[in-house]
Ligand binder design. Sequence first.
Ligand code: NAD
Ligand code: MG
Length: 406
Amino acid sequence: MKVAILGATGSIGGSALALAEAFPEYIEITALTCGRQVERLAGYVTKFRPGLVAVGGEAERDRLRGLLKDLGSPAPEILCGEAGQVAAAVESGAETVLSAIVGGAAMAPTFAAVGRGLRVALANKESLVMGGELVMPLARQTGAEIIPVDSEHSAIFQALGGQLNSQGLRRIILTASGGPFRGFTGKQLESVSREQALAHPRWSMGAKISCDSATMMNKGLEIIEAHHLFGLDYDRLDVLVHPQSIVHSIVEYLDGSQVAQLGPTDMRLPIAYAFSYPERWPLAEADRPGLAGLGPLDLAEVKFQGYTGHLTFERPDYETFPALNLARAAGRQGGMAPAVLTGANEAAVNMFLEGKIEFSAIVRIVEKVLEGSPVRPVEDIVGAIEAEREARRLAERFAGEMYKTS
Ligand code: NAD
Ligand code: MG
């Protein structure tokens, strides 16, 4: 299978390339992209030899050319900018596109791949949050298969027997680890550091999604993601905190029966399933490079915070983590509101990661941007991207005002 990996130098990208290393008989890499980390990309290009590569800008393109020359590696075609990411998605001959760029920047290439009717293994959730009202109908029109990679949505897809159709369903229960600040009070959240926010207890992920897990905005975005993927109303999408992250999500049928998917806490599984669907590759059996640390799950041996063999569940703390209800409300409102939500959040998270604002300001800024943005329908992808960018600018302005007066 010919695969294009967008966001190859990230956490998801690295897991996908580990699979490409493990299963060369199944995966052929036709395109690799990244934003700025061209050193890492140069190594991957040398190893996997894609015909097409795209990077953030011209400076990155020139640096990559130099690096490949130094490595003695034949240079593929190297493109840059958003147009380059789009071309990598649709012009490399790939049948499957892994969308693993972080944030709103994934919107244009993801949309392009769906427009071409390709299989889209969708890790990036922001594009679905921003443009779900457009992307899902487009996929039905072009025949594109959108297969979720986000572990919860992959779990739901699997619990539904490998489909997005939710007939006969009563509820979807998204499980959440609760993040590094589970059990904290609002007061305690005021003094947490960047390092604490990035130290996820169960998953190893990129900085933005780690921070989103700490505010629980990640689960908020996932509620909207599930609404679009599975076509369920917001009052049928619930969240259950499950700190061990072994039960990846649950579906509940009209008769009250619940079906869950369980697995190791490792993104190689949902990525592989999005590639291999409807088949399954032997990740738990094969002794191959790229599969280190994977094996069958032994529930009796699950270790977490001093306990062995325990799986626990609790209700989310909606008061301490207002991002959950904020995202749900933006989803219900629909139109541009989710694009505004994700744009404001991305800007606020970046400011927090750069040390410009405190952790507890992230969600306050998002709320303020949502309040200050007009309610408009989402008409096209350009409009959704514009709304997201405008929300980022507004978030930066509000942050500036907040920190000037305090
Ligand atoms: P990451 O920060 O580790 O990697 C992001 C990738 O995107 C990098 O390759 C980076 O170079 C690239 N990128 C950033 N800005 C870009 C731009 N403007 N143009 C082109 N490329 C750009 O992120 P990650 O943790 O791998 O997450 C990627 C996506 O997958 C996110 O949307 C995240 O929500 C989603 N996701 C991740 C995980 C996980 O376990 N990491 C789980 C579920 C969903
Ligand atoms: Mg997830």
